[in-house]
Design a protein around this ligand. Structure first.
Ligand SMILES: *[C@@H]1O[C@H](CO)[C@@H](O)[C@H](O)[C@H]1NC(C)=O
Ligand SMILES: *[C@@H]1O[C@H](CO)[C@@H](O)[C@H](O)[C@H]1NC(C)=O
Ligand SMILES: *[C@@H]1O[C@H](CO)[C@@H](O)[C@H](O)[C@H]1NC(C)=O
Ligand SMILES: *[C@@H]1O[C@H](CO)[C@@H](O)[C@H](O)[C@H]1NC(C)=O
Ligand SMILES: *[C@@H]1O[C@H](CO)[C@@H](O)[C@H](O)[C@H]1NC(C)=O
Length: 331
């Protein structure tokens, strides 16, 4: 604690002396950075301070430039703003392709009508609060619990947060890799096979992989079958969300997504194929903004990211490969 305090003082002294030497623009940058540091309780060593200031400033310029343009979504600083996209990718995204392909899924489209818009958050108590995967590539586990929590709640009217940590620790035999990636479809297979998933309370999240502590007697949710939606059949995803429940999907996160703030995300930077997707999330509804149809998506980067933890992404174009591998459990 003593050392940290000293380092902080040292960083501030250095930073203050640097202030006098800087030109006007960099003074503004540094002031922005300091207030951002305070807001996000960040502390750095002196070397780190200068490195992070530079990265923060680069990010801020990109954000300001984007927001001056005519885009369907805006960007903002957030808790990731002192990271380069390369660092961000290594910490939060899959760095290797997953076996994400259901060239022929088993989901059959219903004949039921689709509402023009649907938001499962508003239809009842069906969606748990946005969670935070922290520094662990476990998005797939959060997409899985989110989907199962909602499917169970829609079927039983009871909403119970479920355990990501059980998936991180125990689902390796189904090609899941703890903090290094996995897939919701494979995680649903694991839950089906192991006959249950425990609650968040009974098996809390630690953001690191540990030994499996699954106790079948404490299983709180089961999976009876897994529905894989055929690759690139985005309208089957719409059918699933319209007539069943929220749906897990994966897409490719590129640098323009890291600072998403609000609006309908579209990108020319991302790819649209199964081998490129690197992040799993949960579609909890869809709607339309002026002419642009969009998905309403729950992310796992805390409620301080995006729109209270959610984002909108264009629907109907397999944007960023979002229709490459989607699935949901039958409960
Ligand atoms: C420094 O920059 C700000 C805004 O960029 C400007 O309003 C201010 O007048 C400048 N001050 C000096 C001393 O150049
Ligand atoms: C902004 O983009 C929208 C949609 O692409 C377009 O309809 C509009 O004309 C653009 N506005 C300007 C000022 O370029
Ligand atoms: C993909 O599947 C193969 C064969 O089942 C397996 O060996 C490999 O580890 C899987 N890849 C990933 C990233 O899980
Ligand atoms: C669904 O996907 C999972 C994992 O990707 C796979 O193990 C399973 O066999 C698939 N189910 C069907 C019915 O195709
Ligand atoms: C991916 O995008 C390209 C270019 O827009 C398009 O031609 C192709 O059909 C898309 N592929 C898929 C699987 O969506």
């Amino acid at each position: 604690m003593m050392i940290r305090t000293l380092l902080l003082l040292f960083a501030l002294v250095c930073a203050c002396s640097a202030l006098h030497l800087s030109d006007n623009d960099s003074v503004q940058d540094e002031l922005h950075f300091r207030s951002w540091m305070t807001k996000h309780s960040k502390v750095y060593s002196t070397d780190e301070y200068h490195k992070r200031l530079q990265i923060f400033t680069d990010n801020k310029r990109k954000i300001d430039k984007h927001n001056e343009g005519n885009h369907s979504f805006s960007m903002a600083l957030n808790h990731f703003s002192d990271m380069t996209f390369a660092e961000f990718r290594n910490t939060f995204l899959w760095t290797e392709p997953q076996n994400c392909s259901a060239t022929k899924g088993n989901y059959m489209r219903s004949n039921k009508p689709w509402p023009d818009a649907i938001d499962w958050r508003k239809k009842g108590n069906y969606v748990t609060d946005v969670k935070n995967q922290r520094s662990c590539g476990s998005c797939w586990a959060f997409s899985t619990t989110g989907c199962l929590e909602s499917a169970v709640a829609i079927s039983t009217q009871k909403l119970v947060p479920l355990s990501e940590q059980q998936l991180v620790d125990c689902a390796q035999d189904f090609s899941n890799h703890g903090c290094n990636g996995g897939l919701p479809s494979q995680a649903f297979e694991y839950i089906w096979y192991s006959k249950g998933l425990m609650t968040e309370t009974d098996y809390p999240y630690k953001a690191v992989e540990g030994s499996c502590q699954y106790n079948p007697q404490k299983a709180a949710a089961i999976v009876k079958d897994v529905m894989n939606i055929t690759e690139y059949q985005e309208m089957d995803m719409v059918d699933s969300v319209a007539t069943h429940n929220p749906v897990s999907f994966a897409f490719e996160v590129t640098s323009d997504f890291m600072h998403y703030r609000q609006g309908v995300y579209t990108s020319t930077e991302c790819h649209n194929t199964t081998d490129k997707v690197n992040h799993a999330v949960l579609a909890v509804g869809y709607g339309r903004d002026n002419a642009i149809p969009y998905w309403i998506v729950k992310n796992s980067w805390s409620s301080s990211w995006g729109i209270e933890g959610y984002f909108l992404i264009e629907l109907g174009k397999n944007m960023c490969g979002l229709a490459a591998c989607s699935s949901f459990p039958v409960v």
